[in-house]
Design a protein around this ligand. Structure first.
Ligand SMILES: Nc1nc2c(ncn2[C@@H]2O[C@H](COP(=O)(O)OP(=O)(O)OP(=O)(O)O)[C@@H](O)[C@H]2O)c(=O)[nH]1
Length: 652
């Protein structure tokens, strides 16, 4: 994709995001929409190169989101949920904490995105990681929203899909824009993938801790409800035991109780169980004979036949009146105008004859009130239900939480439900901050790991590059030294034969000029032109080289030097050799060459002529004169038939 097309695509996407965020802000205004809108503007500013504007917008986004993050992070003891709620109401009348803060993952993702925009292309400061982490967090939030409610935490409230999609599009626009700048950085990928792995791990840990924390809240509701039902069972067992004791009192007398006796005994029981709104004596024909307390509502019942006025309780009352067993009604409409249940117990007299039954009417609302008494009323709403009707309730129904705990209780033959719906503020205040702290620490750790690995890899890369430079520099130095040596060698040696050249020879001469005796010999190959002409120049070159090497070896063996003087001429300096020794050495070379099998075209061996000159004490050394004398001697050797050594004296 050509870069221009890529950047145009990113720009279009950013503009689309801005339009989407504007719509979102219009339709469902909230912190997520506002932050996205600012970020989209910042993204456009980045693409237009307006850095100050971009920094201002990104910093504004960070500032907007910071109170939200703090509200998730700071312990309840430092800043209570109610304080955050008050703050929210002051910022926007009628707002709740939720309207002014996005879900945790979305808030953190938006912050990371804002930071990444501020860092722009600076991979060394972690811009790619911030983008990657923002994308991971947004994906997890999307997953949680998609799976809601089965696998999501109890307190979860999903981010609206448009917000998530817009955020993803914004991240994509940013990645498309910056990708070409990061593509070539080899040391980036290791640091990035490792740090993203850590981000993923800290997200998993957060998810685990978060779900656990919210399950604990759910458990608290469960415990609360169970304590109420246990208390209910205890109360029922308690007042039934008391009632049995009460019924047995009348076995001591032969007459049915008088009102005075009845009131005297019943008073104590009614005081202990204040939800007993009526303790009555029922005659065998179901007539109400005595009632306590003597309230107008109770007194108005005297004389009534329960079989007639309360047929719903007949099945419970009849066995008690016949002395067969105790009985109790379901929760029914009591004659006193309340809902409740009535317990009937048989009453016998001293002669063990059934004289009636004791009836105890329990007001369910009063019973429920006594059960709820211990519970705080600000934490939520607790309700008793039966047949879809609320029998009694306790607490505060405002800002209900996202879930209700239900518990079925068997009351006689009747099933009741006790529900507990905690208030959202209560749940938020109870929610531990540890998961959020672990997420923030995890992200920070991943960021630090990224910085360390990135710097380490970058240093390594730079170090390797430097090492490569050093190696090639050393190689260059070696090549140059080699060249230098070759140049120096070529300056002092003959290229064809490899033996010293005339310049080297002259340097050598100046070193030994004071040496006595000192001899010098000039050598010239005989009829060498014929070799070239008849055998070719390549053979001529080969002969020259081989003869040069023989001469060099022989002269060096005797402490002298053998050099090519030019063409097919050689020169030798022999320090310490007098004329006779020098002539013999020159002749030895001549003989070696004859026996070296270097034939002419006709098979005749190649030969050599030489002119030798020598100086002894106190003769001075004059190079020009020495050379002239040796040359003359050589000329004589040639003239006298070649293949011989002639000598000359510098004094002639
Ligand atoms: N192949 C080859 N030939 C060379 C080189 N330098 C000089 N010569 C040849 O050496 C020959 C010298 O010839 P001349 O000076 O006529 O002497 P000559 O044939 O050796 O005869 P005399 O010296 O008189 O015995 C020439 O043919 C040169 O071309 C060389 O480096 N390689």
């Amino acid at each position: 994709m050509p870069p221009t097309f890529r950047s145009r695509f990113a720009l279009t996407l950013a503009i689309a995001v801005l339009m989407g965020a504007t719509t979102l802000l219009w339709v469902t205004p909230g912190m997520t929409a506002l932050a996205l809108w600012l970020l989209a503007l910042a993204q456009l500013a980045v693409m237009r190169g307006a850095w100050p504007v971009m920094c201002l917008l990104a910093a504004g986004t960070l500032g907007l989101l910071t109170p939200g993050i703090l509200s998730y992070l700071l312990p309840e003891a430092w800043v209570a949920t109610s304080t955050w709620q008050l703050l929210a109401e002051q910022v926007l009348p009628g707002a709740t904490i939720e309207t002014l803060r996005a879900p945790l993952l979305t808030t953190v993702a938006l912050q990371l995105n804002a930071l990444a925009l501020m860092l722009h292309l600076r991979a060394r400061l972690g811009a790619p990681l911030l983008m990657g982490a923002a994308a991971l967090l947004t994906s997890l939030q999307a997953m949680k929203s998609a799976l809601h409610p089965e696998l999501t935490p109890l307190l979860h409230y999903a981010t609206a899909w448009p917000g998530l999609l817009i955020h993803m599009a914004l991240l994509t626009a940013h990645v498309i824009y910056v990708y070409p700048y990061w593509r070539g950085k080899r040391y980036l990928s290791t640091a990035l993938w490792l740090a993203l792995g850590l981000v993923g791990l800290s997200l998993l840990l957060w998810q685990r801790l978060h779900v656990e924390a919210e399950r604990t809240l759910y458990k608290q509701a469960e415990t609360r409800v169970q304590s109420v039902t246990t208390q209910l069972n205890r109360e029922i067992t308690g007042h039934l035991d008391a009632m049995r004791r009460f019924a047995r009192i009348w076995e001591l007398q032969s007459e049915p109780p008088s009102y005075r006796q009845w009131a005297h005994q019943a008073r104590g029981y009614q005081r202990d169980f204040n939800y007993l709104i009526n303790i009555a004596f029922i005659t065998p024909d179901s007539g109400i004979r005595q009632v306590y307390p003597a309230t107008p509502a109770n007194l108005s019942l005297l004389g009534l036949r329960l079989f007639d006025v309360q047929p719903a309780g007949r099945s419970a009352l009849e066995p008690a009146l016949r002395g067969v067993r105790e009985g109790s009604t379901e929760i029914i409409e009591l004659l006193q105008g309340e809902r409740g249940m009535i317990y009937y117990l048989p009453v016998m007299n001293a002669q063990q004859a059934h004289i009636g039954a004791t009836a105890m009417a329990v007001s369910f609302p009063l019973l429920a009130k006594s059960l709820f008494e211990q519970l705080p009323d600000k934490e939520g709403l607790m309700q008793w239900h039966a047949d879809g009707q609320v029998l009694a309730q306790h607490g505060d129904a405002s800002r209900p939480g996202p879930w209700t705990y239900h518990h079925r209780v068997q009351l006689g033959d009747r099933a009741l439900t006790l529900s507990d719906q905690p208030r959202r503020d209560h749940l938020l205040s109870q929610l531990p901050r540890l998961p959020t702290i672990s997420l923030v620490l995890g992200l920070t750790f991943a960021y630090l790991v990224y910085l360390v690995i990135y710097s380490f890899k970058r240093l390594g890369y730079q170090h390797r590059a430097m090492q490569q430079n050093n190696t090639s520099l050393q190689q260059e130095i070696r090549t140059r030294s080699q060249l230098q040596r070759e140049i120096e060698w070529l300056a002092s040696h003959d290229e064809l034969t490899g033996i010293p050249n005339r310049r080297h020879f002259l340097d050598h001469v100046s070193m030994h000029r004071s040496k006595r005796p000192l001899s010098l010999a000039l050598f010239d190959i005989d009829h060498f032109k014929r070799v070239n002409d008849q055998l070719g120049h390549l053979v001529g070159d080969d002969y020259l080289s081989r003869m040069a090497l023989m001469g060099e070896a022989l002269m060096e063996q005797h402490g002298g030097i053998f050099a090519r003087y030019g063409g097919e001429e050689f020169v030798a300096l022999m320090p310490g050799l007098d004329m006779e020794a020098a002539r013999t050495l020159a002749d030895t070379l001549r003989l070696q060459i004859i026996h070296a099998c270097l034939p002419h075209a006709d098979g005749e061996p190649i030969t050599l002529s030489a002119g030798v000159v020598s100086v002894t004490d106190p003769q001075p050394f004059d190079m020009t004169r020495m050379m002239q004398t040796a040359d003359k001697a050589l000329y004589r050797a040639k003239r006298e038939g070649r293949n011989q050594v002639a000598t000359g004296s510098v004094d002639d």
